[in-house]
Design a protein around this ligand. Structure first.
Ligand SMILES: *Cc1c(COP(=O)(O)O)cnc(C)c1O
Length: 399
């Protein structure tokens, strides 16, 4: 029997060499490698600037703080996502507003999104689930249509003059839609480099943004430095200049910077990334081909005007319910194949129930969840591995 992991990190000698170089360099925390990694992320996303932190969660939380989102404000996101997408709103003391998915879709219902916008709404957080870029045309139409309700509380909010779009693109680094890269589509885009993601730094994240009229990129970048490094006026590298010991603390801030060790892993991963994306596409094409006559629905990862990052191979088992889906996952496990569910909707989780959410108000999200399972998809899968997964999956679901 084979043992197929769900999403192991794909590490090679290249990552090991970069980390060893970082360790030997005498500089292991935020420094030249992190800055180089940021520059390359901006290049890949075709943005002017980006910032790297120690997680996507930190990226999302800090941009909410930079935007001045807090108590009394509302942030809208999808009921169908990972907790981090919504918990950052709690971290800043604002109110989470969850929108149901559209019928038969993993994306938010964009009509309901428009209806959910009030004069307290500051940000909407769409989720590029599985690596597929959402329909941002509809999202921008929704926020533009409700522009008259927007009340800006500071200059940065004023520069937007409408609800800000923050993409949770934890899955979607390298994805594109209509000729634009994920990272240059939403106002702000957050990527995760957690160990299970397409491109990893063990833990880590990056935030990119589109140019904001009247807002200086260097000012914006500096806000992230202050928020992620104790509010200290000089970073550790600047302080190494001979005699330049003195610094100020401008606010009692957080600590969530990326280290050069993490960035070293990322630099090696980035060089390999085009090949990794190509391999993911090959695996998805193989799954699609093998499952096209099976009673399953799959995602549309590639099309005339879009290409996903190929992060998750999510399938919906037609006509099955929770118990049957769980049974298929157990049977796959018995054959050595790790599968998962993306996601149990947030209103079903204890923390969100305690906030007053009820899954009964999110029937479409529940419908997506009840028969969803995610098959292994990663760049350590061999051709033999994927055939093993497919033959077992087809065998199990046809019984
Ligand atoms: C992984 C993930 C995150 C969190 O990323 P971290 O880097 O671990 O903070 C957020 N949203 C989604 C959808 C994710 O899958």
């Amino acid at each position: 029997m084979k043992h197929i992991s769900f999403s192991p990190p794909d590490m090679t000698e290249a990552e090991i060499a970069e980390v060893a170089e970082a360790l030997r360099s005498g500089w292991i925390t935020t420094g030249p490698r992190t800055k180089e990694f940021e520059n390359l992320i901006s290049m890949c996303c075709q943005t002017e600037k980006s910032v790297c932190l120690n997680s996507a969660t930190a990226c999302m939380e800090l941009i909410l703080r930079v935007l001045g989102v807090g108590p009394g404000d509302e942030v809208i996101t999808s009921a169908y996502t990972y907790t981090a997408t919504a918990s950052v709103t709690c971290h800043v003391g604002a109110k989470v507003v969850l929108v149901d998915t559209a019928p038969g879709s993993f994306e938010m219902d964009y009509d309901k999104l428009a209806d959910a916008i009030t004069e307290r709404t500051k940000v909407v957080v769409p989720v590029d689930l599985g690596g597929i870029v959402c329909d941002y045309d509809r999202i921008y139409a929704a926020v533009e249509g409700k522009k008259h309700l927007f009340c800006s509380a500071n200059d940065l909010q004023q520069a937007f003059g409408r609800v800000v779009v923050l993409s949770d693109a934890a899955h979607a680094f390298g994805a594109q839609r209509r000729g634009r890269m994920c990272g240059e589509i939403a106002d702000f885009t957050s990527f995760s480099f957690h160990a299970v993601k397409n491109l990893t730094t063990a833990e880590g994240g990056a935030l990119t943004w589109r140019p904001i009229p009247g807002v200086d990129n260097e000012w914006l970048y500096r806000q992230f430095q202050l928020l992620s490094l104790h509010g200290q006026s000089k970073d550790a590298l600047a302080k190494t200049q001979l005699g330049a010991w003195e610094y100020d603390i401008v606010a009692p801030n957080f600590k969530c910077n990326m280290t050069d060790i993490m960035a070293g892993i990322g630099l090696a991963q980035l060089k390999r990334y085009p090949e990794m994306l190509r391999r993911r596409r090959e695996l998805i094409d193989r799954y699609d081909e093998a499952l096209k006559n099976c009673p399953v629905q799959t995602l549309d990862h590639y099309g005339a005007d879009h290409a996903s990052s190929g992060h998750l191979y999510m399938v919906r088992l037609s006509g099955r319910d929770v118990a049957e889906r769980n049974d298929v996952i157990v049977k796959m496990a018995e054959r050595g194949i790790a599968c998962n569910v993306h996601y149990k909707p947030l209103p079903m989780m204890t923390a969100y129930k305690a906030l007053g959410f009820d899954i009964a108000d999110y029937p479409n999200a529940y419908d997506q969840y009840r028969n969803e399972m995610t098959l292994p998809l990663h760049t350590r899968l061999t051709d033999d591995d994927i055939e093993y997964v497919i033959s077992n999956f087809v065998d199990i679901i046809s019984k």
